[in-house]
Design a protein around this ligand. Structure first.
Ligand code: ZN
Length: 423
């Protein structure tokens, strides 16, 4: 069995070429589909200036919150990288998992559970530290039972998804010499299926969703969607207030599972501002951002499977594992996946920031109301205590959206372009 799954150089070269092709396709498609310029090039440039729209007190509060949360954030991030690095480059995983007994697939599942539990146990106190800071600043409305329940559920979801992937990978590697081919196809399909079912299978584990109550706001929102040419049956309200005071809205799923969700916390904002938030979400829906992101993710997952086949021969000596089909190889696979996730984060953020800016531009085109857009951005930033001037590392690692001052500057630029009074 084991000689059978050892990859000779020729097979590795094939996988390496496939990984290069898939990787290049990913870069080209991402470059062509990312809206690099959400506003027309002739739009006048407006420089973001936090001091123009936020008081000294608001700026100080944003800085204080950033300082209070950055240590636990960076420590947790560092711990994730350290643990993944140890799994991917040392025999630690094989040693820990070598004691497990049972059929191969049971040992693979147990391996995922043991290693995930271990790193999450180490991260737990850092999570509590972060949560204490959220409470200090009035952003959290949870008690420790609620907080622990949420965290355990999200760890459980991660374990289930990871176990499916790793059992499938080991099963394919036990059966096929060129396992990367079915693994690449399987990883792509799993990515698409997971994104499709996410709103109906996973989100209800964390929140209750109910259709927005009938009334003027709902009527106006659905009329706006109609005017925009986006078929929306309902806007859902999530009971986010049992966890946070933060304001948010999002679109998830695609096709039959697509939904626009607003936090119940947002409904206290003036109706025109809620409409602007929904107009932004309609921009995501109209441009198919969730589906596009999912397809790009599927391509990235296929690339990952081929790349894993090509590089595993170098990794296996360091981690003292024979082949990827062995249950003790789970640690190395998890370490590599975790490192790939961390490394791809900044690239995902670059794409996401431009997609978000396009949704902002859409909301301005739809409402033609930059003044309310600016008011809404100010409310979001001060209620959520957003980082108004993140340093470069934070911006690269964490910023999935443009900053509030950048978004406000774009609204002014839109106003100048369209001859609407500049807010
Ligand atoms: Zn958005």
């Amino acid at each position: 069995m084991t000689e059978h799954t050892l990859a000779p150089a020729g097979l590795r070269r094939q996988a390496g070429i496939a990984a290069a092709v898939l990787g290049a396709a990913f870069v080209v498609i991402a470059a062509l589909t990312t809206p690099w310029q959400p506003l027309p090039a002739r739009a006048p440039q407006v420089t973001p200036d936090p001091a123009r729209d936020f008081t000294a007190e608001q700026l100080a509060r944003s800085q204080a919150f950033d300082a209070a949360t950055s240590v636990p954030s960076y420590l947790s991030f560092g711990l994730t990288i350290l643990f993944a690095g140890l799994l991917a480059a040392t025999p630690m995983g094989a040693k820990l998992l070598g004691r497990l007994r049972g059929p191969w697939w049971v040992r693979v599942i147990l391996g995922v559970v043991v290693l995930t539990a271990l790193v999450e146990l180490l991260r737990w106190p850092l999570g509590m530290w972060f949560e204490v800071r959220l409470r200090d600043f009035g952003l959290s409305t949870q008690d420790w039972a609620g907080w622990s329940g949420d965290r355990l559920k999200s760890i459980g979801v991660r374990i289930v998804l990871l176990a499916i992937m790793v059992v499938a990978l080991a099963g394919l590697a036990r059966r096929f010499r060129r396992w990367w081919i079915p693994a690449a196809g399987g990883a792509a399909v799993l990515t698409i299926v997971a994104s499709f079912v996410y709103p109906v299978v996973f989100e209800p584990l964390f929140n209750d969703f109910r259709p927005m109550a009938a009334g003027q706001l709902r009527t106006d929102l659905l009329a706006m969607a109609e005017r925009d040419g986006v078929p929306v049956e309902d806007v859902l309200v999530a009971d986010a207030s049992r966890r946070t005071t933060a304001l948010n809205a999002y679109v998830s799923g695609f096709g039959a599972t697509r939904r626009i969700v607003v936090y119940d916390t947002l409904l206290k904002a003036p109706a025109p501002e809620v409409e602007l938030v929904v107009a932004h979400e309609l921009g995501h829906a109209k441009n198919g951002d969730v589906l596009n992101g999912t397809l790009l993710g599927a391509l990235g997952a296929a690339f990952g499977a081929a790349a894993l086949f090509a590089i595993f021969p170098w990794v296996r000596r360091r981690v003292r594992v024979g082949t990827i089909a062995e249950p003790v190889a789970v640690g190395a696979v998890m370490g590599l996946m975790s490192l790939a996730t961390v490394l791809s984060g900044p690239a995902q953020n670059v794409i996401s920031r431009h997609v978000e800016a396009r949704a902002d531009a859409h909301s301005l085109d739809l409402t033609r109301d930059p003044a309310t857009f600016v008011a809404m951005q100010k409310r979001l930033a001060s209620t959520n205590i957003s980082d108004l001037s993140p340093d470069l590392a934070e911006y690269i690692l964490y910023a999935s959206h443009p900053t509030a001052p950048q978004r406000i500057a774009m609204a002014r630029s839109w106003a100048l372009l369209n001859g609407v009074p500049e807010p």
